[in-house]
Design a binder for this molecule. Structure first.
Ligand SMILES: [Cu+2]
Length: 160
């Protein structure tokens, strides 16, 4: 991260927050998303979280906590705190979807995605995500920035 980047970012963020497509003044969600249904849960624009979970991302390639336990049907607000000096991501999925996505990111490192089950968190920043864990099972989350996932930046979600 160069000095130039750190100077530019707050201005970009201000633009993003004030653009009409981006919602909820005060909530640092990335955007308004269309409803999404996946094998690891779903998102609708009007979800209300029953619980907030704080997740820390660190440059030692760890998430804290590494295991997230949820009751089936629970809507969680996950607040991601990037405590490091590097960009980190939180991407929910299954071990298979994350591994596939991590491979894609190696081939196309500048590929940008925006989905309600992922958050790109700049150093020192905080982002929020709301997700309904509608399906029971064991799922996964990870940081798919090239190198981070392979270095162990991943965790487990247990929905029961
Ligand atoms: Cu990372």
């Amino acid at each position: 991260m160069t000095m130039k980047h750190t100077m530019i970012f707050p201005a970009l963020l201000a633009l993003v927050v004030s653009a009409p497509a981006f919602s909820h003044s005060g909530d640092k969600v990335e955007a308004d998303y269309d409803p999404v249904e996946t094998e690891f849960g779903n998102y609708e624009p009007d979800l209300h979280a029953s619980r907030t979970l704080e997740v820390k991302m660190s440059d030692d390639m760890t998430f804290t906590p590494e295991v997230i336990r949820v009751k089936q049907g629970e809507v969680l607000k996950i607040v991601h705190h990037n405590k490091g000096k590097l960009l980190h991501e939180f991407v929910l999925g299954t071990p298979e979807t994350l591994a596939e996505h991590a491979e894609l990111m190696k081939k196309f490192p500048n590929m940008e995605h925006a989905e309600p089950y992922m958050a790109h968190v700049q150093p020192g920043e905080t982002m929020e995500m709301i997700w309904k864990f509608s399906k029971a099972g064991e799922f996964a989350f990870g940081c798919l920035i090239p190198g981070h996932f392979d270095a162990g930046m991943k965790g487990t979600v247990i929905v029961e």
